[in-house]
Design a protein around this ligand. Structure first.
Ligand code: 26V
Length: 826
């Protein structure tokens, strides 16, 4: 039912076919014989977008006509949104896959080929950005009114190529063929100030107020992408800001000098949203990143205030219109910016503005690594954002006064809580700002929240215990099961009936009843086998390595980082290799080790770990003694698209970070949801996954977080572990001796030195426990029936890790929003 003509929103394959032809003609302006594959993709995408825009405007109408108290919107502020390709997911969520497939095939086109044409928007580094994408999709599914605010980077995360075993970064020009999903909104644009100075001045009503005279003003223009909920009619909006020059060329004042200055200004303005920074790039104090953060929070908050006022509400009730969630500290400057907007531009008293700000903001922490806690050099921030620094000082002055009242004489505590780090060079501590300016603070897994309270945020926990919550991460089962693993989804539907994708939290558990059923197990293994064959084909085509789909697919896919311990996995491979070399008839369960992941361009050790993996691969894959038993693959350019291919084919999920370092992990959830068994330490969400799937269906190894902590504080000496373990010593000696580097003894020296002398992440201490556990995995894999049962029970236990559950918890514990757009009610 729509009054805009069925031509655009009809859902039969005939109507869709017509719509695609119309877009080919009127949007792409291509005669049929000249249409390229990209034209077909664009026309298909535009047809699907029409359906979504219609739902979007309907959602908006319902929102506006709902009772006033329901006018609350979740505003998810994130410097990253790793959305993944849109077309396939939108088809699943709108229920259009089959009619579009049919429509395309009537036009002589193949849906799979059209899907493969999409270049994914890589506007994120990894878990944090992908989480934001899952949450937007769940909010749309649950019909929670929601906007995701971020930056429209022209270049997302770099593309990774492997040259001679090393990572090489390539620019990600994702917009080059056009982006059919976004709507540019030139009318939604805000100005953002940078540099300059502040002064006191009288405002129009004669009050004395601070005025910020900037050195430069940049404009942010909104680009909106609709995000479809799963069969709910709900749509969330992803609003990304692009930076532009405020004024266009001034031809009146034309003279050569002015003209080129105007061009220079334009280039500088557009630079702000040019490129995404890798989050784990070492070194702080990047001027451009600071500008990016302030730029996007300022645009977003101005936009929220504009919308709030346009609802006819007074500024003092702002927090009734918006619940603002900040995804890590990157948007935490929003706290000072909202204060600035309320005090300087909307003339509220400080206390009133502070009440509104604290009621609006909530902060999610995503890391326990102290080196990953953001801090900005004070002189840099003061020169780029003079007014914001004044406001931060004032927040800090008032806050520390309160703390002094509570803990008189405790100067050390005051120094730790201060928003300004004054232990050496001065820095602004963004996590402290986020804690002080938010009414809620949450960690992303039970252990993580617990450790936050005990360690990095301990002082804040003592001060505001009531602010702390845990909300364990979740992933959307639509992208990570229905879309990526359609055959498994079909098999599950055959047991649970249709509709389980909307109620996965409770529905999946019903699979337990089928876990021992032999016929079901056989069908289950067949689906896995088909996914492995499909991945093997891509590996052959893309990397030229032949892998055996009957072997155990052992998968570790995630950012390359020492704490995630890809090198522990490599030590296991070398250990197996040595067993075979020692005894060529040794009984070894055939395995294919699959790695994928990017290393931050400036993180040398991570890049060396990639080189180690590819070097070990070169030796193992070509050794005739090993043939048919071990293969090692480094799959280049890990991104959402590739992940959707690898995850469904995994038998074993490697979640081997040292306990106490991985905040949650979400790949662990995706892999288990696709029937992989996990080998993992008690870290992040692994602990909860193990509880849900049953201890007997999880391969546990390694030290616990508390044990790891006390081992280190007792003076850990990795060399003792090396000397006391013959197999470990042999493996490390081989790396050192050049066994995997054609005799080059220098290549891996930094890695070996680090392991033997520091080993911050306890690789050597966990080695034997890991090897023993892997032997259990190998034995278990030989019993196909048992393995199938365990795999089914893993999927059955994954209901908790749906992002729908996580979003419900945010709604109940933090946002206190009852606002749900229900088309049946209005
Ligand atoms: C930043 C840095 C900065 C400098 C040095 C090393 C380093 C390492 C990591 C990071 C990123 C921290 C934020 C982040 O991406 N956290 C991830 O968030 C996911 C979603 O909650 C969670 O599943 C991952 O465990 C967590 O690492």
């Amino acid at each position: 039912c729509n009054n805009h003509g069925t031509m655009r929103t009809g859902q039969s394959s005939v109507e869709i076919q017509q719509s695609i032809l119309n877009h080919l003609h009127y949007t792409q302006a291509k005669p049929l014989p000249f249409a390229t594959r990209n034209d077909w993709y664009m026309a298909t995408a535009h047809s699907v977008r029409d359906q979504m825009l219609h739902n979007w405007l309907t959602t908006f109408d319902i929102f506006m006509s709902s009772p006033r108290e329901k006018h609350k919107i979740v505003s998810y502020l994130s410097s990253e949104f790793l959305m993944g390709p849109h077309l396939g997911n939108n088809l699943v969520n709108l229920g259009l896959s089959e009619s579009v497939r049919k429509a395309l095939s009537a036009l002589g086109q193949d849906l799979e080929a059209i899907l493969a044409q999409e270049v994914e928007p890589g506007l994120g580094n990894g878990g944090l950005g992908r989480l934001a994408a899952c949450y937007l999709e769940s909010m749309a599914t649950l019909r929670v009114p929601a906007v995701g605010f971020g930056i429209r980077y022209e270049f997302g995360i770099f593309d990774q190529e492997i040259h001679n075993g090393w990572q090489v970064e390539k620019g990600d020009n994702w917009l080059k063929n056009g982006n059919p999903w976004e709507v540019r909104r030139p009318d939604i644009a805000y100005e953002v100030k940078f540099g300059g100075h502040t002064e006191f001045a009288h405002d129009p009503e004669g009050r004395l107020a601070v005025r910020w005279i900037p050195e430069k003003v940049i404009k942010g223009v909104a680009y909106d992408t609709p995000v479809a909920g799963y069969r709910s009619g709900g749509v969330a909006v992803l609003r990304l800001w692009k930076s532009e020059a405020v004024a266009s060329f001034d031809f009146q004042a034309f003279n050569a000098g002015e003209y080129y200055k105007a061009v220079d200004d334009k280039v500088l303005s557009e630079t702000i949203s040019k490129v995404l920074y890798p989050n784990d790039e070492p070194g702080i104090g990047k001027f451009l990143r600071l500008c990016q953060q302030y730029f996007f929070v300022s645009c977003s908050l101005q936009d929220m205030i504009w919308f709030h006022l346009s609802l006819g509400r007074g500024i003092e009730s702002f927090s009734e219109s918006f619940a603002i969630q900040i995804n890590d500290t990157h948007p935490s400057m929003g706290i000072a910016e909202l204060m600035r907007l309320l005090v300087d531009e909307h003339h509220l008293e400080w206390d009133e503005a502070w009440r509104i700000t604290r009621e609006s903001f909530a902060y999610t922490n995503h890391t326990l690594l102290s080196e990953a806690l953001e801090k900005w050099p004070l002189p840099l921030m003061a020169s780029v954002l003079p007014r914001i620094v004044e406001i931060i000082f004032e927040i800090n002055r008032r806050f520390l006064d309160e703390v002094r009242g509570l803990f008189p004489e405790d100067d050390q505590r005051i120094a730790r809580l201060s928003l300004i780090d004054e232990t050496g060079e001065k820095y602004v501590r963004m996590a402290n700002l986020a804690c002080v300016g938010s009414h809620a603070i949450n960690g992303v897994a039970a252990l993580h929240t617990d450790l936050l309270k005990k360690t990095v945020l301990h002082d804040f926990y003592e001060l505001f215990p009531e602010k702390f919550h845990n909300i364990t991460n979740g992933v959307t089962p639509r992208r990570w099961l229905a879309l990526s693993n359609p055959e498994l989804a079909k098999l599950i539907s055959s047991k649970l009936g249709e509709g389980w994708l909307s109620s996965i939290e409770t529905a999946l558990a019903w699979l337990q009843g089928a876990a021992k059923n032999t016929t079901f197990q056989q069908k289950w293994l067949k689906v896995k086998q088909a996914n492995k064959i499909a991945l093997a084909k891509v590996i052959r085509e893309r990397i030229g390595i032949e892998v055996d789909p009957a072997s155990l697919f052992d998968v570790q896919v995630k950012r390359i980082h020492e704490y995630k311990r890809q090198h522990l996995n490599v030590l296991h491979i070398i250990t197996l290799y040595n067993r075979i070399k020692r005894d060529p008839t040794a009984d070894i369960t055939p395995r294919t080790f699959i790695f994928a992941g990017k290393a931050a361009p400036g993180y040398h050790m991570a890049k060396l770990i990639i080189k180690l993996i590819t070097s070990v691969a070169d030796v193992v894959n070509t050794d005739p003694d090993v043939a048919g038993r071990l293969k090692v693959v480094f799959f280049p350019d890990f991104n959402v698209t590739n992940s959707q291919l690898i995850v469904p084919a995994a038998d074993l999920s490697e979640q081997i970070s040292v306990a106490g370092k991985e905040a949650s992990g979400t790949g662990n959830m995706k892999l288990a949801l696709n029937g992989a068994l996990t080998i993992g330490a008690l870290d992040g969400a692994n602990i909860e996954i193990r509880e849900e799937v049953g201890k007997e269906n999880f391969f546990l190894f390694g030290l616990e977080a508390a044990e790891a902590q006390s081992l280190k504080s007792g003076g850990y000496n990795p060399r003792c572990w090396y000397e006391g373990n013959e197999q470990l010593r042999q493996a490390i000696d081989q790396i050192d001796a050049g066994t995997f580097s054609n005799g080059d003894r220098q290549l891996f020296r930094p890695l070996v030195d680090n392991l033997l002398n520091r080993d911050e992440y306890l690789v050597l201490a966990d080695y034997q426990s890991y090897i023993d556990c892997q032997d259990l995995v190998s034995a278990a894999y030989c019993d196909k029936k048992k393995w199938a049962e365990m795999s089914i029970l893993n999927v059955a236990g994954m209901g908790k890790f749906s992002s729908d559950r996580a979003i419900r918890e945010y709604g109940e514990k933090i946002w206190k929003t009852t606002a749900i757009i229900d088309p049946t009610k209005y």
